[in-house]
Design a protein around this ligand. Sequence first.
Ligand code: SF4
Length: 493
Amino acid sequence: MSNNELILITGDKQFYGQTRKAWVPMDVSLIKERLSEKGFDVTINTIQDMCNRIINPENKTILYSFSQKDNVRQYIRDVLTFLSRNNRIIPSLDLLYCHENKGFQELYKKDKGFTGLKAWYFSSLQDIDAYDIPYPVVLKTIYGSNGKGVFLIRNRDELEKQVGALTEIGLITKLDLCRRRYFRKRTYPDYPNHSDYKDYLQYKEYITKNENFILAAFGDMTRVPTSVGSLQTVVASKNSWIKIVYSPFKALEIAKNNPGKDVVFFGSGFETTVPGIALSVREAAEGKVDNYSVLSAFWVIPPPLRVIVTSDSSIHGFIYPGHVSAIIGSTPYSFISNDFHIAGAIAGFEPADVLLAVNSIIDQIRAGKPVVDNVYGRVVKPGGNPAAQKIMKEMLESKDAYWRGLGKIPASGLKFKKQFSFYDAELKYGIDLKFGSGDLSGCRCGDVLQGKISPQECPLFGMACKPDSPRGPCMVSFEGACSSHYKYSRRYT
Ligand code: SF4
């Protein structure tokens, strides 16, 4: 690179701003004269000449002037980026970016070893949760000068408030985002390719792109995150809605009141909720409500328990779920104590119920006599609920199903028998489901469910994943393992 060939890049009409008074031009002819006296070979060109390749310098040293106007600054940065590939730029691009962006400035300082003043660079509040920030701190936006975008922050609440104020988007932008989402949905000529979709939750894609649908679901289900968002973030198609209901019978009532619409209840759950959903289908069949159907994701508990105890010998005891046991009773768990010699107790959901179950399990282990104890006798009977079992037997049959972290387990799910297929949304609308793990990146629900790790061992726990921003199903509902740990762990309350 030549040492004495200099190019002065100016703005329009040879504008070359001063450092302290950028709006006052310097005399570039005089600069050229002085530099020439020092032995430099100086040429003067405008930034436009450079941009449009009127001249295309190589191996030169380039000095440039900047601007106060945002659009011109961007223009100059773009041009300099390309000029820097074959020329020496003064000040360097790195320094220009530092000047323009305080975040980049922080990264640059760290890169050069300037770590005297402790500082962090974050893109969101969630990122901040992973660090112990010693308040008070100074918050700076990446853009801003002359004291703008600088705030004294004394605690986390103040931080949230300030970041919320800084990141709030205006009405016009919100309307624009709505418009974009609407048109993006509307311009799909056909169904998107679902070959990569991996989760039951992605049922919603099939439903929400069709017009005149009402998708009804339990509130919890609308919060379950998937790789394509949740039911709370999806935009329903024309004349379609997503309704949160507390019972499948509410969904059936909606169907009766809206004969012009197809109402699909997203019926997901275990033995506890399945009988009620099945009953709603029976009522629909009896009342000939032909615009009602159920998109079912039914699972049964004993088969995955068998898979877990067969593959993992480190489990010492099970607290069996009280609500499921209220339906199936205690007998379906007996293989665990009889064949695998593992202690267990059926528990309710009050703290005392859980303690009773833990106490029972410890007693069984100490006595070397594992059984299926029932410490939730006020609700769970040994034979369960015969009426609910009868409904399931009459209306449903078993099928293979997929489980997080466990994969496909034979006969671990339920589907409607043939005589009720008219109310099976999967068949009614020809939905071709693809299954997979469906876990969002980093979520270790599968390991948590198998007892391989405790929720705190998931790197996202309490940081990117919290009850109000769940990354996995174990954090969604209040009885989920991660959600309970979050609620009762001292560190996070
Ligand atoms: S904390 Fe639990 S729910 Fe959240 S990402 Fe981790 S394993 Fe999944």
